[in-house]
Design a protein around this ligand. Structure first.
Ligand SMILES: [Zn+2]
Length: 142
């Protein structure tokens, strides 16, 4: 799937880079993503003047390591899909499902299946008591 859900484990208190970096540092990271995007969502390709920075993480469950792998610039619609838990709480799930199906060219059953898998991954990752952060990605900026 080109566009997928990226649910962050509940125990990752510091998973938001904005809470780790100074505003000036975050600006450098964020602007690098916007520059690479060139005015288009890096996931669906839609032109947008208001892209949002999104942090991509990989999870090594065996070693309890949460690794920052990229910061990308995405449109609001893609960002809503990525954070489907929060989006659903705010009443936007139907809109997010539509966007997911459009971008991935799939049907509702496939949407539900992908969501089920993301939720299962999320529950399993929540069993890890504490994730260690790997922020090596940021070295090139700081
Ligand atoms: Zn998009």
């Amino acid at each position: 799937m080109k566009l997928n859900f990226e649910l962050v484990p509940d125990s990752c208190w510091y998973s938001n880079l904005r809470s780790i970096l100074s505003p000036a540092q975050w600006d450098i990271v964020r602007k690098d993503a916007y520059a690479r995007a060139g005015g288009k969502c890096m996931i669906c390709g839609a032109p947008s003047k208001r892209l949002e920075a999104h942090e991509r993480w990989e999870y090594d469950e065996g070693n309890a390591v949460q690794k920052l792998v990229d910061v990308v610039a995405v449109c609001h619609s893609c960002h809503e899909v990525i954070h489907i838990g929060r989006t659903s709480l705010l009443g936007g799930e139907e809109r997010a499902a539509e966007h997911f199906m459009k971008v991935n060219g799939c049907n509702y059953a496939e949407y539900r299946k992908a969501l089920g898998k993301a939720n299962a991954d999320h529950r399993r990752r929540n069993l890890v008591p504490e994730w260690k952060l790997d922020l090596g990605y940021l070295k090139k900026f700081l």
